[in-house]
Design a protein around this ligand. Structure first.
Ligand code: HEC
Length: 139
């Protein structure tokens, strides 16, 4: 009897550890951007990005899609958001590269994240790329 209780306790402790480990990355990734950023980013996207990238609300095969299709999501999954931020700030919009402010870039990245259904919350996405090296493109 005593042994069985001890065994059960051990199983519970082990299960607790596994759950804690499984949750750790999720907690670290809590809130990648604030919804208000994505809203501002949406307006800017319609103006500056839509013509080449198509709507973020639907996958359009013939454009350079920024949605969770195989190409875009596979390319960015698990990579630092700082890289995505720098690409947008330095190379986009392709017809006027370098014209976005850091704040506009953060809004646009937030909008792209929202289109890919990544987590929003109270913490805004930083507009300093060096602060985004540990923040990953994932849920
Ligand atoms: C004149 C057309 C054009 C405009 C406008 C434009 N882009 Fe792009 N963009 C492209 C093309 C073409 C590519 C793919 C080739 C490349 O990477 O250069 C691309 C690639 C990208 C990528 C990388 C995609 C990937 O799969 O890794 C991102 C992110 C991006 N654009 C964001 C934006 C944002 C945000 C805007 C608006 C501020 C914007 N682009 C405006 C043409 C454009």
């Amino acid at each position: 009897m005593r042994t069985r209780v001890t065994g059960l306790t051990a199983v519970l402790v082990a299960t607790g550890t596994v759950i804690a480990l499984a949750c750790a990355p999720l907690l670290a990734q809590d809130a990648l951007y604030a919804p208000a950023q994505a809203e501002r980013g949406s307006a800017l996207y319609q103006e500056r990005c839509l013509s080449c990238h198509g709507a973020l609300t639907a996958f359009v095969p013939e454009v350079a899609a920024l949605l969770g299709d195989h190409t875009f999501r596979n390319r960015w999954q698990g990579r630092a958001l700082g890289e995505l931020f720098e690409l947008v700030r330095v190379e986009m919009p392709q017809d006027d590269p370098g014209s976005l402010t850091p704040a506009e870039t953060a809004d646009l990245v937030a909008y792209i994240l929202s289109g890919n259904r990544l987590t929003a919350g109270d913490t805004p996405l930083s507009d300093v790329p060096a602060q985004l090296t540990q923040v990953l493109f994932e849920d």
